[in-house]
Write a protein that binds this ligand. Structure first.
Ligand code: PRX
Length: 637
């Protein structure tokens, strides 16, 4: 029996038991047998329950790129590491072998060094889904720089906030990106962001769409000429297991986005281990995750997890709709994809189109399908299972978070069963606990509560960049010694988990985590707005869409409401990004508040979802009379 690769249900139960009975021994064996370390650890786990500081494999030395690239040069140098499918189906796909990847990462790392980037410096990456994105992550890791990828759909303000929070030294970007039939200029967004970012000393620009861009002297450099001059020799900087590997921002229910900090050794072990098991990766497989590397899914399951296993990982530049709704399926046929991992929102959008788009293509190469990012509804699950997997490919509904670094609850194909809408069972090493309203653990089955994790796992985020206090408050203050996920879940009669959704003010729109506070702050910047509250409501494709309740100042009264709606969405686009635009905006005279002045979002959520008969007792509100008025003016379609 191998702890590293689980192949059957009985084996899963045995391995799981071992991982709970003796977590340290379990992870020690996995780490020892499957990775290259320059020095062994002194201790497997250090867990300080007072300070909430956790260390895995402390004292060990390694470089993650030696595990993701160099070691495969001895066994499989000519295997494709990254298979790049461009936006334009007529542009050739690129097969980047492990050998080539090694050269390109080394050259890139030498350019970083040349521009003064050193171990521990933060580098912000704002790039579309082109090979340079994956390569830039690895180049940072090669020299011990901490990467902070910002999704290239975010606005200049969002980018600036993230650059400043981590005091990044450099930005890596491109002239622009292709998205279907459109091109998007990225460099001007970076230029705007950099108007007030004192820590930035240089910008590297990849040429992709060949648009003309302004280059600032002594700050901005085209990447290609620098790469041409760079050496292919760049020895890996040896890191401590607990040195930071990257920062990735995620929305909280309030305040600034949280810069989740992931460290090197534990993250590598867990991302690789879960990739191997959840996707049952075999040597000849062509694995494709359609997420953007700007999210944690891309970090762990396009870049680090697959490469640490010597896999071929496909990267697609474009959108599912270009040149038509069959693009995903055409890519699967073209490259004989064996594992396909995507988001429920994409499945729902594709399921709305004619089946002809699917049936044109031979999808028989597929073995395993995956979903991530939000609960998958039963209808979408069946559509995926019937039409894409042809009922022969297990669907792994993988539950996890930016904070967890890797998949936590998921079926293991051909071992654990799959059930629509259930993430099923925890992976080895993961000890979930459901909590009731009084903070007591709900034992036994057929229970529903708040999802927590009882024991540290190797890839958990170690802190929030620059704010450990907030980390402790957000994740460890609700329940003693337990990590609180912010999600609700139920455990059914057989012990399988189903995630029921967020229990805080985070709303998941099209699989993107959005905190209400930054969006409300943006709305409130409109000169005619006095106050606002946003909530989610069910949406056919996006899962949730945003509904905004806005109180106008006197100056706003009598103004054209349609125009105001446009202006509000414009501000949101500028401050947060287009993904946070509101679907519905209702102008109202008041918002339901508790006697202590807190907005009762629960009531607003129910109204926005059309569940006005389930409002519960509103008599304790400070202003119950506003509820009736809000209901009367609800925007229906
Ligand atoms: O609410 C859960 C939901 O997405 C949240 C985490 O979002 P993020 O940090 O952006 O990471 C997304 C990719 C890992 C969770 O707290 N979520 C994620 N996967 C699932 C899910 N909800 C239900 N089922 C899932 N499979």
């Amino acid at each position: 029996m191998s702890n590293y690769h689980i192949k059957g249900l009985e084996e899963y139960f045995q391995v799981y038991r071992k991982s709970v009975d003796n977590p340290e021994q379990f992870w020690e064996e996995i780490a020892e047998e499957n990775f290259v370390w320059r020095k062994r650890w002194d201790e497997v786990l250090k867990w300080n329950k007072e300070s909430h500081k956790v260390k895995w494999f402390d004292g060990a030395k390694l470089n993650i790129t030696e595990n993701c690239i160099d070691r495969h040069l001895y066994t499989n140098p000519d295997k494709t590491a990254i298979l790049f499918e461009p936006n334009d189906p007529d542009e050739s796909a690129q097969h980047i072998t492990y050998k080539e990847l090694h050269e390109r990462v080394c050259k890139f790392a030498n350019v970083l060094k040349d521009k003064g980037v050193k171990k521990g410096d933060r580098v912000c990456i704002y790039l579309p889904m082109i090979p340079e994105l994956a390569i830039s992550l690895l180049a940072c890791a090669r020299i011990g720089a901490v990467h902070s990828v910002v999704f290239a759909g975010f606005s200049a303000t969002a980018l600036r906030t993230r650059i400043n929070d981590a005091s990044c030294k450099m930005v890596i970007t491109s002239d622009g990106s292709y998205r279907g039939a459109k091109t998007i200029d990225l460099k001007p967004i970076v230029d705007e962001a950099l108007l007030d970012t004192p820590s930035i000393t240089s910008v590297l620009v990849v040429k992709r769409i060949r648009s003309s861009v302004k280059m600032v002297a002594d700050r901005d450099y085209w990447l290609q000429p620098l790469l041409e001059q760079a050496s292919t020799d760049c020895p890996a900087t040896i890191m401590n297991a607990e040195d930071e590997l990257f920062i990735l921002y995620t929305s909280g229910s309030t305040g600034m986005p949280k810069g989740m900090v992931h460290t090197t050794g534990g993250y590598m072990v867990y991302a690789a281990y879960t990739f191997k098991n959840v996707f049952q990766y075999r040597d000849q497989d062509i694995y494709w995750c359609s997420a953007d590397i700007g999210w944690i899914t891309g970090h762990s399951y396009i870049v680090y997890g697959p490469l640490a296993n010597g896999a071929t990982t496909l990267m697609y530049e474009g959108v599912p709709t270009y040149p038509d709704w069959g693009r995903f399926w055409s890519i699967i046929e073209k490259h004989q994809v064996t594992q396909f991992y995507t988001a429920p929102t994409a499945i729902r959008a594709l399921a709305k189109e004619k089946l002809d788009f699917v049936e044109k293509y031979d999808l028989s190469s597929l073995k395993i399908l995956g979903t991530v990012g939000e609960p998958i509804n039963e209808e979408a699950w069946h559509w995926y299972n019937d039409n894409i997997g042809k009922k022969k490919s297990p669907i792994v509904d993988t539950w996890w978070q930016t904070e967890t670094g890797g998949i936590m609850i998921s079926p293991i194909p051909y071992a654990t069963p799959t059930i629509p809408t259930f993430a099923t069972l925890p992976l080895p090493g993961i000890q979930p606990a459901l909590m009731d309203e009084n903070g007591e653990e709900l034992k036994g089955n057929q229970v529903e509560g708040r999802l927590t994790i009882k024991h540290p796992w190797p890839s958990m985020a170690r802190t929030i960049w620059g704010n450990h206090k907030r980390y402790v408050e957000t994740y460890f203050s609700a329940y003693k010694d337990k990590y609180f996920t912010g999600d609700g879940a139920l455990r059914d009669a057989t012990g399988f988990y189903r995630i029921t959704g967020r229990v805080d003010d985070v709303i998941i729109v099209s699989g993107h985590n959005l905190g209400t506070a930054p969006i409300e702050d943006a709305i409130n910047e409109h000169p005619a707005v006095a106050e606002s509250a946003i909530v989610g409501f069910p949406h056919d494709i996006k899962g949730n869409a945003l509904y905004g309740y806005v109180i106008l100042k006197e100056t706003g009264e009598g103004r054209d409401h349609d125009n105001l709606r446009k202006e509000i969405n414009q501000i949101i686009t500028e401050r947060v990004g287009p993904i946070a635009k509101l679907d519905k905006i209702q102008f109202t005279e008041g918002l339901p508040k508790t006697r202590s002045g807190k907005i009762m979002r629960r009531i607003l959520r129910k109204i926005a979802s059309g569940e006005t008969s389930k409002l519960g007792d509103i008599s304790t509100l400070l202003n119950p009379e506003v509820v009736e008025k809000i209901i009367d003016n609800t925007i229906k379609s």
